[in-house]
Ligand binder design. Structure first.
Ligand code: CP
Ligand code: NVA
Length: 301
């Protein structure tokens, strides 16, 4: 068994295997109803805990549906309802849950919570987003890019906006999947220094997007950011909105991605989100297929 905690802590060859497996899993289900079982019922007899200490639509539903299609069962747990939210240690929670379930997916705040869960769990732990990273999202995004425009290796990816947790996983992926990543955003919202060397900075968004194969953005205020920062961030980021004028600087066949949920007409205009470059709903669908491949990988070796 192995954990899926981050893109930079998973070997390049294993990441590629997961993407290839996700594509096969998706193709094998083409045209079937959402509730139809997968042929091999890989998770038959398995119980999966889905722990959420933050809100979620996509991660929650895609993991739940994925496990059920694979023949397993899920329980969705909110952090505040568990003893974890009332003083029980993460280590004890990990050891207890490992006696009941075969796999744990966790969305939490501090990265240390996830790593401690993984350290003490005797079943695989999957990162469903922390303040620092969101690896399942980027695995779905790589699958989505390659479905539309072929291998991502050597391509130009531009991130416009806040240097947040989703950006961090893109930065890890840039190294592992060998693509060029450009960050464009205001200096106060630069990515954390630990990511230095994985991307380049271009402060002018139009120059940054010139010749891009993929333009990506995300919400300007993440779930772990104080709401008091909202107005300041909007002022800092307004010039980095992804609109048609900006997309016109990218390649003709460039893709536009956003992990969602989006604040329409803030970080990206509806014209772009619903326009010809946008693959935002394919990204959302591909969470399902990518995570099924991740769960198989976790339990396979
Ligand atoms: N993209 C994503 O992780 O969405 P949710 O917050 O809805 O899970
Ligand atoms: N950066 C966002 C991603 C949500 C899926 C957040 O952390 O809130």
């Amino acid at each position: 068994m192995q954990h899926f905690l981050d893109i930079h802590t998973t070997a390049q060859s294993e990441l590629r295997k997961i993407i290839d497996s996700a594509r096969d899993i998706k193709n094998a289900r083409a045209g079937r109803p959402k509730g139809a079982p997968d042929d091999d019922q890989f998770l038959a007899g398995h119980m999966v805990a889905l722990i959420f200490e933050k809100p979620s639509t996509r991660t929650r539903v895609s993991f739940d549906v994925g496990v059920r299609q694979m023949g397993g069962q899920t329980m969705v747990l909110s952090g505040t309802d568990m003893q974890l939210g009332h003083g029980e240690t993460i280590a004890d929670t990990a050891r207890v849950l490992s006696r009941y379930v075969d796999l744990i997916m966790m969305r939490t705040f501090e990265e240390d919570t996830l790593t401690e869960m993984a350290e003490y769990a005797t079943v695989p732990v999957i990162n469903g987003l922390t303040n620092r990273t969101h690896p399942c999202q980027i695995m779905a995004d790589i699958l989505t890019f390659e479905e539309h425009n072929g291998p991502i290796k050597g391509k130009k990816v531009v991130w416009s906006g806040d240097g947040n947790n989703v950006f961090a996983s893109f930065a890890h992926a840039a190294k592992q999947f060998d693509f060029d990543l450009v960050f464009t955003g205001p200096p106060p919202l630069d990515p954390e220094p630990a990511l230095d060397g994985l991307y380049t900075i271009e402060r002018n968004p139009q120059v940054a997007v010139d010749g891009a194969d993929l333009v990506v953005t995300d919400t300007w205020v993440s779930m772990h950011d104080p709401q008091s920062a909202r107005e300041r961030r909007h002022n800092q980021l307004r010039g980095y909105q992804v609109n048609k004028e900006l997309m016109d600087h990218a390649k003709d066949d460039a893709l536009f991605m956003h992990c969602l949920p989006a604040h329409r007409d803030d970080e990206a205009t509806s014209e772009v989100m619903d326009g010809p470059h946008s693959v935002i709903f394919d990204e959302a669908e591909n969470r399902l297929h990518a995570q099924k491949a991740i769960m198989r990988w976790c339990l396979s070796s």
